[in-house]
Design a protein. Structure first.
Length: 299
């Protein structure tokens, strides 16, 4: 019985954080302290855990934290006011609205209100449009983390067949866009709940990214021997956290990331990276920095 090599997001994220701490020290030396804002609405335990982790990371690397918490009963107007306040707060370099929002809140209206220059998640329509056009801008954290994780584990991307299961806003949809950029040039199949025979698509793929939020969806017989399999979606149960990938996939796959310690820590590391990049751009654009505006990336 073969056992797949573990893809270690915790280690790669720790290395990225060390490098970011150096860049933050340099920014602070130039009088600029980056600050991450978060808006969290409601009491979802998972969202609270993720936001707490994001602020722990900030303190590890020297980024300031601005936390906004609203009750699950907050109105659309109250959530929108919180966004406007962070847009106007000079201590806030960039911020995120933790998703999902309660069902009565119109998520798209909230995301559209974020100042695109402070959009640390890369989910504002302007920044998603830039991604489609190949223009520079902040990239959604989980897809950016997935691509970095694959690179750091020597998993080839260009020309490879990817099957991404789930086409949500934070993972599947932007990941498909990023993997098909000229810099990656992968061949991507995006599967969703209406896809017929998802297993046929995964079996034909070199890399499977499971982001459906269905516990143990990807079974060993769904995987081509030696393929790379990333577990992104998680389900919280009383027995603990279950990933979208069945543990026995380890007996077939070449490389596997687990339900924890894989893509999650990379999502957080990429959020910090986006904040540091926004802060560095802010300094570069100050009069007298001598740096030109970035040009359009040609497809
Ligand atoms: N505004 C956003 N909301 C959400 C995003 C996002 O990118 N932006 N993604 C997900 C959740 N997410 C980020 O917020 C996230 C998921 C997982 C982790 C993480 O560190 N996971 C740990 C396990 C933590 C635990 O015990 O639950 C791990 O994998 O080891 C961080 C962030 C939805 N919302």
């Amino acid at each position: 019985m073969t056992t797949a090599t573990r893809i270690d997001g915790k280690r790669v994220a720790a290395d990225i954080k060390q490098e970011l701490a150096v860049r933050v020290r340099a920014l602070r030396g130039q009088g600029s302290r980056p600050g991450l804002g978060t808006i969290l609405v409601g009491e979802d335990p998972g969202s609270h855990a993720y936001v707490a982790g994001k602020h722990r990371d900030c303190s590890d690397v020297g980024i300031a934290s601005i936390r906004v918490e609203l009750p699950a009963t907050a109105s659309q107007a109250e959530v929108e006011d919180a966004v406007r306040r962070l847009n106007d707060d000079p201590a806030c370099t960039g911020f995120i609205v933790q998703l999902p929002l309660p069902a009565h809140i119109d998520t798209h209206r909230v995301l559209q209100l974020i100042d695109p220059d402070k959009d640390a998640d890369g989910l504002h329509p302007t920044n998603l449009g830039k991604l489609v056009l190949g223009m520079p801008g902040p990239l959604p954290c989980t897809p950016r983390g997935i691509i970095e994780l694959l690179r750091q584990h020597d998993v080839p991307i260009t020309g490879q067949r990817f099957c991404v299961i789930g086409c949500g806003l934070t993972v599947g949809r932007p990941l498909g866009l990023m993997l098909t950029r000229p810099t990656e040039h992968a061949t991507v199949t995006l599967c969703h709940e209406a896809t017929v025979d998802v297993a046929a698509h995964t079996r034909a793929s070199d890399v499977v990214v499971a982001a459906a939020g269905v516990a143990h969806l990807v079974k060993p017989d769904w995987v081509r021997p030696g393929a790379t399999v990333l577990s992104v979606g998680i389900t919280r149960t009383i027995e603990g956290i279950l990933g979208d990938v069945h543990p026995e996939v380890d007996t077939v796959a070449g490389k596997v990331s687990g339900a924890t310690g894989g893509v999650g820590p990379m999502t957080r590391a990429m959020l910090l990276t986006n904040i540091v990049e926004i802060a560095e751009r802010g300094l570069d654009q100050q009069p007298g920095s001598g740096l030109a505006a970035p040009s359009l990336e040609l497809a």
